[in-house]
Design a protein around this ligand. Structure first.
Ligand code: PLP
Length: 325
């Protein structure tokens, strides 16, 4: 049903953080390394883009349009995917053109993306306008939504749930909880569908990264829509509770992309214990949320806990000053 265009390296590694786990006696903590998916320094968008670029090619597109914050990982990975598939890439980014591009913006520029700065409109508000303009120039544009989070993109994470299930079975492990950063909803919706399809029994612990709405919808409303669509398309038999979509909102008060003591503490802790780098926008916030849950025993002692690393490294260089403070 879905066409896939190969972009990444899978399965990504999954293993125990033995040194970090010593900080929390009674818990075993594991990591899934989607910061090693390939596609211009890795990240969770690789999984979505394999399906989205596959769909673009199926529809005969020669150009891709997508949108995000100025330091969007999704946009940087879309630029890389477009280069690999031979597609022209247009990015609608928040903010104004900086004097010197850094982080993800630098990488997107190097990969030949056409960049349009859109001020406040960081969630694709101006997409239709650019679509019409490219059409009038005889292009065949294909729109990838904000964060790559439609059902097609989410299929990449339905597949990821099956990948993880296989790794757990091979290592004879059960994972009680899975922590990860949730922002545009595609990863979470995909994991929820995939968990139901492949009998992955872990409790999902999505940590909210962005308290603002997207096109008037809350993150849980977006996920509910994706799940409803997914249940119908995939003829899913396992019931999913659409009224109680999990989302941990305790760590997003500072707002999207604002680096606080939480993020600094998570980055330094994991880097010094395991030599693993978290990004300051998404994974550091989610990892801090997990550390807080472990410390306060908000989750069952004696359990196995997985942190799903979703990438985002280039933003570290953009936020160097706040990360070091
Ligand atoms: C996009 C992104 C997320 C969130 O994934 P969604 O599917 O948008 O919820 C988490 N971490 C990183 C590093 C990301 O780039």
């Amino acid at each position: 049903m879905h066409n896939k265009f190969k972009l990444g390296f899978f399965p990504t590694p999954m293993y125990e953080l033995k040194r970090f786990s010593k900080n929390y006696p009674g818990f075993r903590i594991f990591i899934k390394r989607d910061d090693h998916t390939g596609l211009a320094t890795g990240g969770n968008k690789t999984r979505k883009l394999e399906y989205l670029i596959g769909d673009a090619l199926k529809h005969g597109a020669d150009t891709v349009i997508t949108s995000g914050a100025q330091q969007s990982n999704h946009c940087r990975q879309t630029a890389a995917a477009s280069a690999m598939a031979g597609l022209e890439c247009h990015l609608l980014l928040g903010g104004e053109k900086p004097e010197q591009p850094g982080g993800n913006l630098l990488l997107s520029t190097l990969m030949g993306a056409n960049i349009h700065f859109k001020g406040e409109n960081r969630k694709g508000e101006d997409t239709e306008h650019l679509f019409a303009e490219l059409k009038s120039k005889e292009k065949k544009p294909y729109i990838i939504p904000y964060g790559g989070s439609n059902l097609i993109g989410a299929m990449g994470f339905a597949e990821a749930a099956s990948e993880l299930k296989m790794q757990l079975d091979e290592q004879r492990l059960n994972m009680d909880y899975i922590f990860f950063a949730s922002s545009s909803g595609g990863m979470q919706a995909g994991l929820m569908l995939g968990a139901a399809m492949h009998d992955l029994k872990s409790t999902l612990m999505p940590v909210c990264n962005d308290k603002e709405k997207t096109n008037g919808l809350s993150l849980q409303e977006i996920i509910r829509q994706l799940l409803t669509e997914g249940i119908a398309q995939l003829h899913l038999k396992t019931p999913l509770d659409l009224e109680n979509i999990p989302l941990i909102k305790a760590y997003d008060h500072a707002g999207y992309g604002v680096v606080t003591h939480q993020e600094r503490s998570a980055i330094k802790t994991l880097a010094s214990a395991e030599g693993i780098l978290l990004d300051p926008v998404y994974t550091a916030r989610a990892f801090y949320g997990m550390m807080d849950h472990l410390e306060k025993k908000l989750i069952r002692p004696g359990s196995n806990v997985l942190f799903w690393h979703t990438g985002g490294i280039p933003a570290t260089f953009h936020h160097a000053r706040e990360v070091l403070r």
